[in-house]
Design a protein around this ligand. Structure first.
Ligand SMILES: Nc1ncnc2c1ncn2[C@@H]1O[C@H](COP(=O)(O)OP(=O)(O)OP(=O)(O)O)[C@@H](O)[C@H]1O
Length: 311
């Protein structure tokens, strides 16, 4: 990786297939050191955009820079610096997991002496060491996904494009994927993740680019002082051992609320500070509070609002 890497910068990208406008006009930035989510409804152009960024598809118009290179001008330079994990990928059935990684390493011109250690480290990273010498046909769908991630990393890329990386993974593997992706960004890589599993992205990403019908409709910051969670009123759930007392206190304090449901009483709060204040008030007033937490992930809420009438 070079410190000069600028991650991904794309402006006004458009790509059509005959009459079909797959990507109309997408603007997107994925800076180094951060995990950026690319979210949008089915058919909104995410995969087409990722293929363009990976130098596998030429856009009709717009400008794209990946790790400082234009994929249409210098696709080799882009591919050399980009790790691409497609949502579905084939493996060579006759090869073992280690052989797959060596073959891909050869394709990326990773010197042979470096490969042995690299392949071992990657298999360790994705918890497939015991499958190193077994054919890929024995892998489950989730294990194949994990091998796909290792495959994307063989040439130590500075930009990572992950299309639905969590699909097919069991809960433990998803949690592990989350920490692997965070660690890869912490090493200075620009990571762009497309996924439909928004609750999961909430915990993994720093920024989200929301697309609908081939256009960028919002860019939201999820971490740091600009975080959307602190800027928007959103529903929270408060659970108490004594609902009557909880409702009486919420009414007295003029906090708008719903009726008690299985998972608690819904209240609308402007952000973390309001939540902390409400919790302190309830406790002070003697309400036996069990929990207070956001009703849905912030990304999920933003997504639903922005894509409401765009399906
Ligand atoms: N090779 C192609 N030929 C014709 N139409 C295509 C082609 N590739 C994609 N499209 C169309 O372009 C649109 C965007 O597709 P794309 O796969 O990029 O969406 P997506 O956001 O990745 O969808 P999903 O979330 O379902 O994976 C869709 O209407 C799709 O049918």
């Amino acid at each position: 990786m070079t410190p000069a890497d600028t991650g991904i910068v794309a402006h006004g990208v458009r790509r059509t297939f005959g009459d079909v406008v797959a990507v109309d006009s997408i603007d997107l930035e994925a800076p180094p050191g951060q995990v950026t989510a690319l979210v949008g409804p089915n058919g909104s152009g995410k995969t087409t955009l990722l293929l363009t960024l990976a130098a596998l598809l030429v856009p009709d118009s717009g400008t794209v820079s990946v790790a400082g290179f234009d994929p249409t001008v210098d696709p080799r330079a882009v591919r050399a610096r980009t790790g691409w994990m497609p949502d579905v990928f084939g493996t060579w059935d006759a090869l073992t997991c280690a052989e797959v990684l060596h073959t891909v390493s050869d394709a990326y011109r990773v010197p042979r002496p470096e490969q042995v250690e690299r392949v071992r480290d990657l298999l360790e990273l994705v918890h497939l060491v015991e499958f190193a010498d077994r054919p890929t046909t024995v892998l489950s769908r989730g294990q194949k996904q994990r091998l796909g991630l290792a495959r994307a990393l063989v040439h130590d890329p500075s930009v990572l494009l992950l299309d639905e990386p969590a699909s097919g993974l069991d809960p433990r593997s998803r949690i592990e994927l989350r920490s692997i992706v965070r660690a890869l960004a912490a090493q200075g890589r620009a990571v762009l993740v497309s996924s439909h599993v928004l609750a999961e992205l909430d915990e993994m990403v720093d920024r989200a680019v929301v697309v609908a019908q081939g256009r960028t409709v919002a860019v939201e910051t999820l971490t740091g002082p600009e975080a959307v969670a602190d800027r928007r009123p959103r529903p929270w759930l408060v659970r108490s051992l004594d609902d009557a007392r909880l409702l009486e206190t919420l009414d007295r304090r003029r906090v708008p609320h719903g009726t008690p449901e299985r998972d608690g009483v819904q209240v609308e709060l402007a952000g973390d500070h309001d939540a902390a204040e409400l919790l302190a008030t309830l406790v002070r007033d003697g309400v036996p509070v069990v929990s207070l937490h956001p009703a849905a992930g912030v990304l999920e809420q933003v997504y639903l609002e922005l894509t409401e009438d765009r399906r």
